[in-house]
Design a protein around this ligand. Structure first.
Ligand code: PRT
Ligand code: ZN
Length: 285
């Protein structure tokens, strides 16, 4: 049977988290010793470690079948491949920034200016869409210093906390794109590989779904259970088990963690006691 070739970043920001995606799916593979290709002994995949910028091209050419990379790199590459899953980590944005002392009147600021970036395709599309006529200076790294050294009058680069912009005397003025790690796939997978990818995606979704949800257990007097149930937006009707204490029950349900913080006070007011919220490892719907 064919193996699915999965490309991960060799080293860098995405490396560890991409490896974790596979590990959390129960997929084992030898990782270490600087090997660039390894095989899993318990799942039909081969893992290739590559530079993230090379992943789109390799997936388009079929050297790899799928890969994990930043959406920013995928869009910039303009390769004929597709996103099969957004993975929710390494979130960042691609933004335009200018020296902080400059007055910013809006996008027209960039007309007839020189802007340094490693993302010329995304930026030229963005300027074209907004009718801005600017010159794009393509550089491959240390974009943030280009205004300081007189190379450009603005930059377009990845921002996460904003501290790199700040230390280089820049301010963020426009967000061009928001990005996160994604899994991309070739459009030409054979039936065997498609089946393996579907199995992999099923596992990834079960893990990610579980991360968004928590298992909640609480105790309450039986006559208050009706109201408590109404507050809990569970995925199914909750499980109710009698406690040894007469007239009391334990209620179990699944809730999204964000919602939990909104409803905790309501639950207590409705008579819930001994509330436990525990992580879920996998969630199959
Ligand atoms: O060697 P290889 O080519 O594989 O890696 P790389 O050096 O090109 O990429 P890497 O590992 O730096 O980043 C991989 C991906 O992580 C990017 O394509 C983004 O999708 C995502 N990501 C998330 C980031 C950041 N956050 C980030 N903060 N990529 C880069 N940065 C850099 C940014 O370029 C800037 O220099 O961090 C600085 C800004 O960070 P803040 O926190 O100071 O704003
Ligand atoms: Zn790169």
């Amino acid at each position: 049977m064919n193996k699915l070739k999965v490309a991960l970043q060799k080293s860098g920001r995405l490396n560890e988290k991409s490896i974790r995606v596979l590990e959390e799916c129960g997929i084992k593979f030898p990782n270490g010793g600087g090997k660039l290709i390894t095989e899993s002994p318990n799942f039909p995949i081969e893992v290739l470690f590559l530079r993230d910028d090379d992943i789109p091209q390799y997936v388009e050419q079929g050297v790899a079948d799928v890969g994990i990379l930043g959406e920013n790199v995928f869009i910039e590459s303009r390769k004929n491949i597709r996103i099969v899953e957004k993975l929710g980590f390494s979130s960042c944005r691609l933004s335009l920034a200018i020296p902080k002392e400059k007055i910013y009147p809006g996008l027209t600021f960039f007309n007839h200016k020189k802007i340094a970036t490693s993302y010329p395709n995304i930026l030229s599309d963005y300027f074209a869409k907004n009718n801005i006529d600017a010159t794009i200076e393509v550089i491959s790294g240390s974009v943030e210093i280009s205004t300081g050294i007189g190379l450009a009058e603005g930059i377009c680069d990845i921002v996460s906390s904003g501290s790199t912009l700040f230390t280089n005397g820049l301010k963020e003025v426009e967000q061009v794109l928001s990005s996160q790690a994604v899994m991309v796939s070739s459009n030409n997978l054979n039936a065997d590989k498609k089946a393996i990818l579907n199995k992999l995606l099923f596992r990834i979704r079960a893990v990610n779904k579980a991360k968004e949800n928590k298992y909640i257990l609480l105790n309450a007097p039986n006559h208050k259970l009706g109201n408590i149930e109404k507050i809990l937006p569970g995925m199914n009707s909750p499980t109710i088990l009698p406690l040894v204490k007469d007239g009391w029950s334990s209620l179990h349900s699944v809730i999204s963690e964000d919602k939990f913080w909104d409803i905790i006070d309501e639950l207590k007011e409705a008579g819930a006691e001994g509330i436990l919220v525990v992580p879920i490892e996998k969630m199959i719907l």
